[in-house]
Design a binder for this molecule. Structure first.
Ligand code: DC
Length: 231
């Protein structure tokens, strides 16, 4: 059977990773959450004190990039893939609101993007991969057989993210999250290097009114059409 590359891009909190994971499980493909890689670098910068409320020492971060090892590891006991930063499991820490607040600034640095895109190319060299992010269909895998661009109303995305973080025990208000969603949309779509834009050949899916099951079946069908060569 033909092995394809599936790129899923879109705004934050549109459920890209949920559907990407479902697809990868079903097709027995590798799943890569590229946002987790940008989050891990952001966590590193926070831990080293390169980022504070009033200042971001970009030069210090750029000079330290060589010392950062980013790896997805599979924990056999629970069969999930988790993010390791310099050999330490940081899966929980990279999902905090603090990391979300700064990640778009870190992701705007070309040096950071260059490092991560090199790793992403390596991961996708054998195809049979589903990767989600912001620039996967435009920059990382412009030749991907299937490109999806996900969107949803900002209010809907903020309320999904709010529920998620509250369930995890974060002390946060809906208003703070709504503001963060809007700020990240603006930064991700307007940065100079690899901004979030829909690739010309991407299929847009607005899932404001779609349930997870319907969304999965729509995208799975698109993938199957390409695997069997119907498209
Ligand atoms: O998907 P996410 O919300 O976990 O991503 C976190 C941030 O990382 C997002 O605001 C923008 C950045 N990002 C990016 O610039 N390019 C990617 N391919 C993935 C994420």
């Amino acid at each position: 059977m033909k092995r394809i590359t599936i790129a899923i891009d879109g705004y934050s909190s549109t459920g890209k990773s949920t559907v990407a994971k479902q697809l990868a499980d079903y097709l027995d493909y590798v799943y890569v959450d590229s946002g987790a890689m940008y989050r891990a670098i952001t966590l590193f910068a926070l831990q080293k004190g390169f980022i504070s409320e009033s200042h971001f020492n970009k030069i210090a971060l750029i000079n330290s990039l060589e010392d950062i090892s980013i790896e997805f590891r599979n924990d056999d006991t629970i069969s999930v893939v988790e993010m390791y930063l310099n050999d330490k499991n940081v899966e929980r820490e990279i999902r905090t609101f603090q990391v979300s607040e700064y990640v778009s600034q870190v992701a705007a640095l070309s040096e950071v993007r260059k490092k991560l895109v090199t790793i992403q190319h390596q991961m996708g060299k054998n195809k049979a991969i589903v990767m989600d992010g912001r620039d996967i269909g435009t920059v990382v895998f412009p030749e991907a057989e299937l490109k999806i661009f996900m969107s949803a109303k900002p209010e809907e995305r903020a309320s999904r993210r709010y529920k998620e973080l509250i369930e995890k025990g974060d002390d946060i208000t809906y208003e703070e999250i709504y503001k963060n969603v809007q700020e990240r949309d603006l930064m991700d779509t307007t940065r100079k290097d690899s901004p979030l834009i829909k690739a010309e050949d991407a299929i847009e899916i607005d899932n404001s009114e779609l349930n997870l099951e319907d969304q999965f079946h729509i995208i799975l069908q698109l993938a199957k059409d390409r695997i069997v060569g119907r498209v």
